[in-house]
Design a binder for this molecule. Sequence first.
Ligand code: GLC
Length: 426
Amino acid sequence: MKTTKVMMFLLIGLLVLSGVSAAAEPVNITVATGAVGQELEISREAAARYMELNPNVKITVLDTPDMVQDRLGLYLQFFEAKSPEVDVYQVDVIWPGDLAEHFVDLYEYGAKEVAEQHFPEIVENNTVDGKLVAIPWFTDAGLLYYRTDLLSEYGLEPPTTWEELETAAKKVQAGERAKGNEDFWGYVWQGNAYEGLTCDALEWLASNDGGSIIEFDGTISVNNPRAVEILEQAAGWVGTISPPGVIGFAEEDARAMFQGGNALFMRNWPYCYSLGNGPDSAIAGKFDVSPLPAGASGKGAATLGGWQLSVSKYSKNPEVAADVALFFASYEEQKARAIQASMNPTIMSLYQDPEVLKASPFMGSLYDVFINAVARPSTVSAPRYNEVSTLFFNAVHSVLTKKSTAADALEELELDLQDLTGLQAR
Ligand code: GLC
C-alpha cells in the first residue's frame, strides 16, 4: 500500500513536470543593446547562437540611441514605469553606481563562477553594496588612429605629444589640400556636448597633469591651471586642424571622416579598427593605432570606457535573462566580438589568445593602455554622475565654441560641482 502511494506521487510528479515543459510558453527575452558600428549585428548573431542552443527562448535585440545620454534617457523611462519590457540592458561602465537599484544581483544567478575571469577593476566597478549588478561585456579605452601611408609620405612619425600632433596635422592637411582634397582635416574627435566629450576632455586633462575632474578621494580638482591650459589648446584645434563641425561630432561622425580617407588622425575607441580594415573602407591597411599624445604629464591618457550587461529587476524571467547575459559575456562570445568587431574583451585570458591577437594586434601591443585607462568619477559621484558629467561637458563645450574662456568655465564648473555634490574643491 505504502509503495503504491509513493509510486502514485512519483507519477503525479512526473506528469506535472512533463505537463509544465510541454505546455510551457516560449520565454521572450528582450536585450537592449547599442548600435554603434557593428554592435547591433554582432549582438544579433550572439542571440541567434543562444536561441539555437535554447529553442524555447526567443531573444529580441532592441537597438537603442547611439549617444550615451539619449540611451540613458530611454532606460530611465523603462525604470520609472518598472517596465518588464526590457530584460537585459547594455550598461555603460559609468552607470552601475547610478542605476544599481534597478538591477538584480547576478551573484544570485550564476555569476559567482565566472566573475573572477574578468578584470577585477571592472568587476569592482560593477559591484554595488556587495551585489554584482552588471557582468562585464567589453571594455574600451581612447586610442589615437593615424594614417601610416600619409605619415611616411610626409616623413613623419606617430605623434607622442599634442604639439607633435598639431605640427603633423598642419603639415599633412596643407599638403593634402594642395593636392586637391579640400575636405581633408588633420584631427577628428568627439566634440559634441555629450558623454563622448567628457571622455575626450578627461584625456586632455589627465595627459596634462590636470587631474580627473573629481578625484578618488572626493576632491573636486577640475579648476586648475593645467586643465585651463589644455582646454585652451584643444579649443585652438577647432577650425584649424579639426573641422568647425567637430563641436557636433560623436564617435560615428569622426569614424566616417577618418574611414572615408579625409583625416590624418582620429581619437576613437577600438571598435573602429576592424571597420577601418573592412571591405568598404577607403583606408584599409593604411592606418594603425597608438596611445593618445602626452601633454605636460609626459604621458598620454586614455579614458576607461566599456559596456556591461545587467538584468532588470522588473524582468518577468530574471533566471533566463541572467543566463542570456552570462552567455553574451562568456569567453566564446567575447572572443567572437574581439575577432569580428575589435571590441576589447573583459576576460583577461583572451588577451593571450592567438586568434584574438591576430585579428586585433593592438589588444596585445597596447595592453598597458587598457589596463591603465583613467576612470571617470562615476563611483565617487554616484548616483549623480550623469549630472556631474553634464556640467563638465557643457563647460568644455562652451570653451570649444569660444562662448567662454577655459578659466571662467572651470571656475564656474567648480562652484556648480560643489553645489551638486556637496564635495569640496582642492
Ligand atoms: C563608448 C564607451 C563608453 C562611453 C561612450 C561615450 O561607448 O565605451 O564608456 O561612455 O563611448 O560616447
